[in-house]
Design a protein around this ligand. Structure first.
Ligand SMILES: Nc1ncnc2c1ncn2[C@@H]1O[C@H](COP(=O)(O)OP(=O)(O)OP(=O)(O)O)[C@@H](O)[C@H]1O
Ligand SMILES: [Mg+2]
Length: 105
C-alpha cells in the first residue's frame, strides 16, 4: 500500500476528485493547506493556499492514480502542485477488522 499526498490548486480539486472517482478510487481525505514551492510565495504572500489530498491506494493502482492526478491538475505553469508517495504499513477498517488492501476500497 502507498499513501499519495497531492498538494494541488483549489481550482483543480473538483476535477481531480471526479477523475479519481471515474477510475474507482473514491475514498480520500482533503483539507486546505498553505505552502510554497521552489519559487516561494507570490509577494507579498509568503505562503499560498492549496488543497492537500491524501489517499492510501493499492500498490497496483499507484501509477494510475498518479496519472489521473497529473492529467486533471496540470496546466504547465508553476504552482500546479506536487505529489508525494509514502509506504504504508497497514490499514484497518474499524467496522469489520479487515486489514491491508481489503480495508482500502
Ligand atoms: N519539497 C516540498 N516539501 C513540502 N511541500 C512542498 C514541496 N514542494 C512543494 N510543496 C507543496 O506543494 C505546493 C505546490 O508546489 P509547486 O507546484 O509550486 O512545486 P514546485 O516544485 O515549485 O514546482 P513548479 O516549478 O511547477 O511550481 C506548495 O505550495 C507546497 O505546499
Ligand atoms: Mg512552484
Amino acid at each position: 500500500m502507498k499513501k499519495v499526498e497531492a498538494i494541488i490548486k483549489g481550482n483543480d480539486f473538483e476535477r481531480v476528485k471526479n477523475a479519481l472517482k471515474q477510475v474507482g478510487i473514491v475514498p480520500l481525505t482533503a483539507y486546505p493547506v498553505q505552502g510554497r514551492g521552489v519559487q516561494g510565495g507570490v509577494p507579498p504572500y509568503d505562503l499560498l493556499p492549496k488543497i492537500k489530498i491524501e489517499l492510501v491506494v493499492k500498490d497496483e493502482d499507484l501509477e494510475n492514480v498518479i496519472d489521473v492526478i497529473i492529467m486533471s491538475a496540470r496546466s504547465g505553469t508553476p504552482g500546479d502542485g506536487k505529489i508525494f508517495v509514502l509506504p504504508v504499513e497497514d490499514a484497518i477498517r474499524i467496522r469489520t477488522g479487515e486489514r491491508g488492501n481489503e480495508a482500502l476500497y
